[in-house]
Ligand binder design. Structure first.
Ligand code: FAD
Ligand code: SF4
Ligand code: SF4
Length: 384
């Protein structure tokens, strides 16, 4: 019997699925099992579009089509949380199985707190996430640093601290992510600062860290994070849709060590980015936001900003349609609005046509506010 807290190696017995999958295909096998057995009405996953820089959210209702979503797209910078409210009625009337990164889960929880999503109707299959690379920057990086035409890449992966590409003619080339990031390439800046690498608020957290020995590369490491997750894995194993074994204790230790190293690296990036900002905060804020064209993409795509965008389109609130608020008030108001909730998903920055480092500002404010107002264990709560 599978239980919350279990640490497993898991793999699909379906050789076709296994071939398409990133590791052991456990994620895809579980989603398929959930669809086939009507545990969910539909699956929301990510699949490759025109090429591997094009990550497309996809709704699947036919279990036979689920294989098309297998595999990891490291240039898939999208966030699924707001798609659930925009296009799937907040899962109020249907049950959904969803593949989620840490920021997806946090966005979903923020929307659930605002009564926009029904968590009871979701089965959240988390994937560990070391970070994503902006598709535009990835193309530039591959041309400049790998000396390869980005269109000639058939596979990319992140392994042992390297960003590795595989070309059409089977050539592998890896460069250390640290080296790439020092040169301004590599993961998005919000991903470098992210401290949520194993999504334990999902029902399951699946990854490749910690799979060693003969199962290395052939199994998915699954941490069972909830009773719902345990029931799903248990059912899939009993139905023959998934095979499992207990995780190797050495693998467990390695996974914990890698996670710890990633968190340290995240803290290092926070210090680096926030320190540069704190030296001249108000001037940097004013200068960077002064090129804003008020397209409101940052609001539309923020998992926390939903209520403001509703007020905005009705034209009744702080930024009336057709009027531009004085600089930089629009941004200061938005930052204040999300200061207790920003999940550092990076969507505002990623999708800003004027390339304003919005996630840096809102994340810095959130972290500073948490440090100031949330008492540490044993300390007296803040009083004003
Ligand atoms: P599959 O059966 O192949 O299923 C993969 C699932 O991932 C599919 O449902 C697909 O829709 C979904 N997916 C693909 N791309 C994305 C995306 N960009 N965003 C959201 N969902 C996506 N594991 C680690 O242990 N350490 C890491 O550092 C790490 N980094 C990752 C970074 C990214 C961007 C992604 C997407 C995954 C990462 N993983 C990491 C998880 C790992 O690559 C596998 O997804 C996981 O082990 C499950 O393997 P599987 O064979 O069971 O998955
Ligand atoms: Fe992954 Fe964190 Fe970046 Fe989200 S913010 S894509 S969870 S590293
Ligand atoms: Fe301004 Fe960029 Fe936000 Fe558009 S996305 S409103 S340009 S900050």
């Amino acid at each position: 019997m599978v239980a919350k807290g279990d640490m497993l190696y898991a793999w699909t017995p379906d050789s076709g699925l296994l071939e398409k999958a990133e590791c052991g295909g456990a994620v895809t096998a579980l989603l398929k099992y959930a669809l086939e057995n009507k545990i969910v009405d539909a699956v929301l996953a990510i699949r490759k579009g025109a090429d591997l820089y094009d990550a497309v959210p996809t709704i699947i209702t036919d279990p036979e089509e689920i294989g098309g979503s297998a595999g990891s797209l490291h240039c898939g910078t999208l966030l699924v949380s707001k798609l659930i409210t925009k296009y799937l009625d907040g899962a109020k009337k249907q049950k959904l199985g969803i593949t989620v990164k840490g920021c997806d889960v946090m966005g979903i929880i923020e929307l659930a707190k605002r009564d926009q999503i029904n968590l009871d109707n979701l089965v959240l299959i988390g994937v560990n996430c070391g970070g994503t690379v902006s598709p535009v920057l990835a193309r530039k990086m591959i041309a400049a640093r790998y000396g390869v035409d980005p269109a000639d890449i058939v596979k990319e992966e992140i392994d042992k601290g390297q960003f590795i590409i595989v070309t059409k003619d089977g050539q592998h080339k890896g460069i250390s992510i640290d080296e790439l990031e020092e040169e301004g390439y590599g993961r998005r800046s919000n991903c470098r600062r992210c401290l949520y690498k194993i999504p334990r608020q999902a029902d399951l957290a699946c990854g490749n860290w910690g799979v060693i020995g003969e199962k290395a590369g052939k199994a998915t490491f699954v941490e069972v994070c909830s009773d719902k997750g345990a029931k799903l894995v248990d059912g899939a194993v009993k139905a023959g849709a998934l095979e499992t074994s207990a995780a190797d204790p050495k693998g467990l230790a390695i996974r914990a060590k890698v996670e710890g190293a990633m968190l340290k690296l995240g803290e290092k990036w926070r210090k680096h980015d926030f320190h540069a900002l704190s030296e001249n905060l108000w001037d940097i804020l004013r200068d960077e936001t002064s090129r804003c064209i008020k397209c409101y993409s940052c609001i539309d795509n923020c998992p926390v900003c939903q209520p403001i965008s509703i007020e905005l389109t009705s034209g009744t609130t702080m930024v009336p349609i057709g009027q531009l608020p004085p600089k930089p008030m629009f941004h200061l108001r938005r930052f204040a609005h999300i200061s207790d909730s920003c999940v550092n998903c990076g969507q505002c920055e990623e999708l800003c046509p004027m390339e304003i480092p919005l996630a840096l500002f809102s994340h810095a404010i959130r972290v500073e506010a948490d440090a100031t107002y949330i008492p540490k264990f044993g300390e007296a709560p803040y009083k004003n």
